[in-house]
Design a protein around this ligand. Structure first.
Ligand SMILES: Cc1cc2nc3c(=O)[nH]c(=O)nc-3n(C[C@H](O)[C@H](O)[C@H](O)COP(=O)(O)O)c2cc1C
Length: 303
């Protein structure tokens, strides 16, 4: 059997499939179930200092090639999230995702995470549809990425993953800033866009917030190109996220330079079995093409 276990920033993953942030929320029980169904690791919904209600419904729409969402960081806030995830006992790594409005808030929330045991902290600098956060707060450029990464890094004692946007120019420069700021890995990346879907019946944008982030199969080529650029730009490992639905998609990410893959919208299409199905499809391809370890394939598209 081909070996698809992987390692990034010193963290071991039995499977390279990691549940992406925001897909299955903040319930420990649900995320444990995802692990028992084959995910190599899981990422929590991005947590803010204060609880957030998020945007009004409708917040998600299927546009045919994927999903458009404007959830608006609905989450229970850091105090409740820390209570929920205290005592994580699964061997699958728990990646704790946070987001904030500015450096000061990032430092504050990052400093609180040490109360519980997590494998890594991920910072989302890349949401395209929440005023005050991510791209709408200017966090996607190289200077802000450097400052925020540096601020968070000094507050935590586990590896730091910086989640970038596929919708900013010169993504390699942004990744370099994250690396320079002390990131141990980059997650490339968040939803693309923002995009818009018009509801023909109402003759209005479908989402209440009007625009949202695009995910799913339609964004795969964009995400693969970004992973390719980032792999070329930095030495730290990359998690490839965006449009991975089948094993062959995950293999494209790996060949572009990813050491692991984030799985998000695939869960809406293929269910919670997505992780084990994608892993199985990767193994089948590797076996029929004579590869024993996933490591042999990381970044081969660059050779
Ligand atoms: C409904 C929904 C909610 C999301 N919430 C978050 C979030 O809270 N934090 C974050 O970093 N990314 C969030 N994302 C982005 C995903 O983690 C992922 O980066 C993106 O969907 C691309 O991957 P995919 O095509 O596999 O879904 C969300 C995506 C969706 C569809």
């Amino acid at each position: 059997m081909a070996d698809v276990s992987t390692e990034l920033a010193g963290i071991r993953f039995k499977s390279p499939t990691i549940l992406a942030s925001g897909i299955l929320g903040t319930s420990k029980k649900v995320l444990e179930r995802v692990c028992s169904k084959g995910a190599g690791g899981i990422t929590t919904k991005s947590i803010t200092i204060e609880p957030r209600k998020g945007h009004n419904s409708p917040i998600v729409v299927d546009f045919g090639g994927g999903m458009l969402n404007a959830v608006g960081y609905a989450n229970p806030g850091i105090e409740k999230a820390l209570e929920e995830f205290d005592g994580w006992e699964m061997e699958n790594p728990l990646i704790f995702s946070i987001t904030a409005k500015d450096c000061g808030e990032y430092e504050k929330i990052a400093g609180m995470i040490s109360k519980i045991k997590v494998s890594a902290v991920e910072i989302a600098l890349s949401c395209p549809h929440t005023p005050g956060y991510g791209l709408l707060a200017g966090q996607g450029d190289p200077a802000s990425t450097f400052e925020i990464t540096k601020s968070v890094k000094k507050k935590i004692n586990v590896p730091l993953i910086v989640k970038l946007s596929p919708s900013v120019p010169a993504i390699g420069e942004v990744a370099k800033s994250a690396e320079k700021g002390g990131a141990d890995a980059v997650n490339m990346g968040n939803t693309a866009g923002p995009g818009m879907v018009i509801d023909l019946e109402r003759k209005r944008p479908f989402l209440d917030f009007k625009f949202g982030g695009m995910s799913g199969p339609a964004v795969l080529p964009l995400a693969v190109r970004c992973v390719y650029d980032v792999y070329k730009a930095v030495k730290i490992p990359v998690i490839g996220t965006g449009g991975v639905t089948y094993g062959k998609d995950a293999l494209q990410m790996i060949m572009a330079g990813a050491s692991a893959v984030g799985i998000g919208t695939a869960v809406y299409y293929r269910g919670i079995e997505s992780f084990s199905l994608i892993e199985k499809e990767m193994k089948e391809w590797m076996e029929s093409n004579g590869y024993k370890k996933i490591k042999e394939l990381v970044g081969v598209a660059h050779e």
